[in-house]
Design a protein around this ligand. Sequence first.
Ligand SMILES: [Zn+2]
Length: 231
Amino acid sequence: MIKQAQVMVVTPHPDDAEFGVAGTVARWTGEGKDVIYVVCTNGDKGTSDTDVKPNELASIREQEQLAAAKLLGVREVIFLHYPDQALEDTPEFRKEIVRLIRMYRPETVVTADPYRRYIWHRDHRITGQVTLDAIFPYARDSLAYPDLLKQGLQPHKVKEVLLWGSEEPNHHSNITDTFDIKIAALRCHKSQLGDSTSPESEQRLRERHRKMAEGEDYELAEAFHRLEIHW
Ligand SMILES: [Zn+2]
């Protein structure tokens, strides 16, 4: 079944998309674009609280992600439920991303930059790499998955990729008008924030996004490494 969406955000954990692209997502949905999220892991290791059980944490984080997505106007959130800190570059994971790309047929895919060096969460690296591999060549080539073709999932060519967390950003997206919604969406991730909901931390975040807008004629930006794919 085809459920066309213009933008697909592939996020390693619940909350990464809010840090990386929420301001831009809010702008897009405000412009009437259909945005969907694919959340790869269940985030069940994301705590220093030794009292909370992993399965409880996973369900809390799922609810937090749904609340954030709702605020941002995201149409649909798909949870793949891979275990946190255990994502691997497997044929199954790659095929799942291909299946979703062929089903939703996005023009733009947004994910974590896999080429950030040294200290970078392994799940982020793997999510970014597998998503890029899925876009090319696997989503494009009809012979890649004959069974997907039989299910009516035709090859699809993504036109644009935006990578957050990049050491080589080449694209700025104006989030001046949507920064407050980004903050509100981040605050939905209560289990992850601890005391970082203070005015000081909001100010630090604003400063970070102001730096990302340097050289632009607006105040706040999210920065990406952008690829335009000419097929
Ligand atoms: Zn993460």
